[in-house]
Design a protein. Structure first.
Length: 151
């Protein structure tokens, strides 16, 4: 094994992140997207991801682009299950967290318990307790009424 190859492997390991950290980067990416959209600022989503992530990552790309691709359906589901709220009333961070959760519940094979727990953990870090409870309740309802029942 050459010294250069070994160095590359060590650097790759140093830059590797776990799925929780990658979800946080996806949330930060969507947060920036929402700010740019709100301010009518042009952007390239790939460049936003590159600013936040040292190396390309398929998981982050899939989450971010999946939320963007299914945004209308995600908003519709969120508005259906958020009690007395609409997704646009949430902060941009909370909107990003719940959107990733809904995307993962509806469009990926990630176990629902993992999806909901990851959203709760992100919300605990970036939101207050009431919002965390609301995100938990909303994702739980979506899971039980949409995913489990196969709608």
């Amino acid at each position: 094994m050459t010294l250069f190859f070994l160095y590359d492997k060590i650097m790759l390991v140093m830059f590797m992140k776990n799925r929780s950290e990658l979800r946080e980067i996806a949330m930060q990416t969507l947060y920036q997207k929402y700010i740019y959209d709100n301010s009518n600022i042009e952007y390239d989503i790939k460049n936003i991801i590159k600013e936040l992530l040292e190396v390309e990552n398929d998981f982050v790309d899939t989450l971010v682009n999946g939320v963007i691709e299914h945004e209308k359906d995600i908003i519709k589901l969120a508005n259906k299950y958020l009690l007395d709220w609409k997704i646009d009333r949430l902060s941009k961070v909370d909107k990003a967290i719940i959107s990733i959760g809904i995307y993962e519940l509806m469009y990926t094979d990630t176990p629902p318990l993992v999806v909901i727990n990851e959203a709760i953990e992100l919300s605990k870090k970036y939101s207050d307790e009431k919002v965390t409870s609301m995100i938990n309740a909303t994702l739980d309802k979506i899971y039980h009424e949409e995913v489990e029942n196969g709608r």
